[in-house]
Design a protein around this ligand. Sequence first.
Ligand SMILES: Nc1ncnc2c1ncn2[C@@H]1O[C@H](COP(=O)(O)OP(=O)(O)OP(=O)(O)O)[C@@H](O)[C@H]1O
Ligand SMILES: [Mg+2]
Length: 261
Amino acid sequence: MIISIFNQKGGVGKSTTVTSLAAAMTKLGKKVLVVDMDPQANSTLGCGVDDESLEEDSTIFRLLKEPRLYKDLIESLIIETQYGNLHLLASDISLSDAEIVLANAMSREHLLSKVLRFVEDDYDYILIDCPPALSLLSLNALVASDKLIIPLKPGYFSSKAIKHLLETVNRIQENLKPDLRILGILITQYDARKKDLNESLPKRILDYKVFETHIRVDAQVEYAQENMMPIPFFNGKSKASEDYMNFAEEVIVDGKKERQW
Ligand SMILES: Nc1ncnc2c1ncn2[C@@H]1O[C@H](COP(=O)(O)OP(=O)(O)OP(=O)(O)O)[C@@H](O)[C@H]1O
Ligand SMILES: [Mg+2]
């Protein structure tokens, strides 16, 4: 199953969710590929890989540009991280040229989809980190995905931005990917002390499910990032680690239910 973590708003916890969910899933025995589609390379770093020390043209960009894809080429770029069954297609700053370089490519929104078709069956889950914009890179991520998880900070439940995002997803479903489904909305950076913001945590937003698990604010997340480690491996006893483990279980169960429908 291929899942994009997307919200065009910046700093809502996309990259943290990708690396933490991936790590939590591997702890639950799953094999997971993280695909970093953001030139900021936060989830590359979060998986313990220094984007600045990557060989030239060894990121996902190399594959998006490639007109003749074959499995060996894709596998040669997949990094087996130090976290067992957590694998990575990395990003670095060169991916910021994608918008221009790929502007005239044939079916330019389907490039990632074509890449992932080769390796989809090798993983239980493929998780895609997106940049904070509805760019060609994000469109490629969404078109390649079966499901979408939208991270959202408390306080933005009824904002214009979330409505706009959900309308955008509708348009992508209509025009590019009819079977893309929103698996749910994940509340991140939840602070139980800020009662006024959190009191009325919704169960649904515009008819979409809000996951039961909320990710609490936890300073350990930043320490984990400084150490280039996913939080479930950095500090398994931390609040955020506990939350992401629960969240991983919820995603696995929901995914199974969806498959039965
Ligand atoms: N549960 C949490 N507790 C505390 N801090 C958090 C938590 N989740 C994320 N953060 C912090 O919030 C910031 C933004 O998180 P993150 O990079 O995951 O968001 P993003 O949506 O990927 O951002 P961008 O849009 O720039 O890609 C980071 O500094 C991260 O350390
Ligand atoms: Mg990010």
